[in-house]
Design a protein around this ligand. Sequence first.
Ligand SMILES: C[S@@+](CC[C@H](N)C(=O)[O-])C[C@H]1O[C@@H](n2cnc3c(N)ncnc32)[C@H](O)[C@@H]1O
Length: 171
Amino acid sequence: MITSFDTLVPPFDTYQDLQHYYDLAVKIKAQKILELGVGTYGVSTYAWIHACHETGGKVTSVDIEEKKHLFNDPCWEFIKSDDMALNPLELSPPYDIVFIDTSHTYDHTLAELKRFSPMVRPGGYLIMHDTCYPPVYEAITEFLCRNSIGEFNEIMVTQKSPRTTIYRRNE
Ligand SMILES: C[S@@+](CC[C@H](N)C(=O)[O-])C[C@H]1O[C@@H](n2cnc3c(N)ncnc32)[C@H](O)[C@@H]1O
């Protein structure tokens, strides 16, 4: 059991939320996790992979840039693609968790929410990183609070900037 990710990964902005990612995935015994946005070092990916070691699940990560070299782990699958251009055949919804941490632009985040939030299973979780950035927050407000009213409930916002917000899909 990993108890302190901050001793294991450099202090990038995501690291402070890693324990929440890990704990949630383990708690719900996540079998399928979809991650959009791996980044330079795969900080969030690291937490998802470690959770899947506990749950026996699998993480599928998507990034527009090549990231395959970052991990060599049987729990991890990497797809190099613009997420909005992903071939649906490469995905296997529904997912227990969909995690979004990519461009942080308004239009792209809104498009991601429209495409990927329906892939969260009922009772599963949509996790948005960097929700203190106005374009991300405004896209979430537009989609979850206007287009998809009542479908997802906010269950947690991490304290430190740039913040992760966790939503649970209704059963
Ligand atoms: C902020 S970083 C992700 C950080 C990562 N989650 C972490 O914890 O280390 C954003 C990533 O999104 C990727 N990205 C940006 N636009 C994308 C798109 N349209 N489709 C897929 N990935 C994209 C970038 O290449 C970059 O690696």
